[in-house]
Design a protein around this ligand. Structure first.
Ligand code: SF4
Length: 297
């Protein structure tokens, strides 16, 4: 019951919260921390600062702009679930770390596909966030291929589908891939724009099915409730932002929060039916706290 004594219905959409890749990475990191060996990270392991703080409380240490070798004994460097580039791996190995990758298998497949297309002579268009670890890591591999194998083909990273319209000097052989957390309608828009420019495009779907299932379940729920709550960070989590944007057309009210403390009672006054979904980096504890607070707020 909430404050006027009525019963409020709070339903959680299917597939809300941590995806299998992030869940697996968390398990691996927690196992490593149990070894009591110093463990460091430098890039966002996952896009959820609350979860990172919990790992830091267990001993994980942030290593800002590291350049000095580790001075004594064994130490782990843990790579992000979104990827660890070849240059980064070598840098931390040279510094004396035991480098441990937690890269999700779906991201590895995306990286392999993109490298393969570049090697086969395609000018590669990548729809994604150039500053996201997944794309930064991929760029390291693509740069190495161009450097070592001397390939003439190019690659371009575009943040939004509309940016494809500015790619006016691609060769005849063009392929497009999307960062794994890209929502499908945006990927299809980018393909459409390239086709409208008379390019013959090889379209390779590298999008993550976990993201797609979460979006579809949230959209279905959004049509049956008065308000949808999206848990996750809109500013740093690409899949959370995509989830939020995808359900906006399907519900008259969508509220985004990172945790239960962000919930504002006024947003839910007189609303009896609430749907909840959550991005791929949101842990069960945070999701449960949001649901519990929504029942009483
Ligand atoms: S969203 Fe998909 S690709 Fe990204 S970590 Fe999760 S399972 Fe892997």
């Amino acid at each position: 019951m909430y404050n006027n004594g009525e019963v409020r219905e709070v339903r959680v959409a299917q597939f809300a919260g941590m995806c299998y890749g992030v869940r697996q990475a968390m398990g691996q990191i927690n196992d490593l921390l149990s070894d009591n060996v110093p463990a460091y990270y430098a890039h966002k392991l996952i896009h959820n600062d609350l979860v990172i703080r919990k790992l830091e409380a267990r001993g994980l240490t942030y290593l800002p702009n590291a350049s000095e070798p580790v001075s004594c004994g064994q130490a782990y460097f843990i790579g992000s679930a979104h990827g660890l580039g070849c240059f980064s791996r070598e840098k931390y190995q040279k510094m004396g770390f035991s480098v441990f990758s937690t890269t999700c298998s779906r991201v590895l497949e995306f990286q392999r596909t993109a490298q393969d297309l570049l090697r086969r002579g395609y000018d590669l268009v990548i729809l994604g966030d150039a500053e996201h670890r997944e794309i930064e890591a991929l760029r390291e591999y693509l740069e190495r291929i161009k450097e070592v194998e001397g390939l003439g083909s190019s690659y371009s990273v575009i943040a939004d589908p509309e940016d494809a319209l500015s790619l006016t000097s691609l060769s005849k052989k063009v392929a497009i891939v999307g960062q794994t957390t890209t929502v499908r309608f945006k990927f299809e828009q980018a393909v459409h724009h390239l086709q409208s420019m008379s390019y013959e495009i090889k379209v390779v779907s590298t999008l993550c099915s976990s993201v797609e299932k979460r979006v579809e379940a949230a959209k279905a729920m959004a049509q049956k409730v008065s308000v949808m709550v999206v848990v996750g960070s809109l500013s740093i989590s690409r899949n959370t932002k995509g989830l939020y944007e995808a359900i906006l057309p399907f519900c008259s009210k969508v509220v985004a929060v990172e945790c239960a403390n962000d919930l504002q009672p006024d947003d839910f006054a007189s609303l009896h039916s609430i749907g909840v979904t959550a991005g791929a980096s949101v842990d069960e504890e945070t999701l449960r706290e949001v649901v519990e607070r929504l029942k009483t707020i």
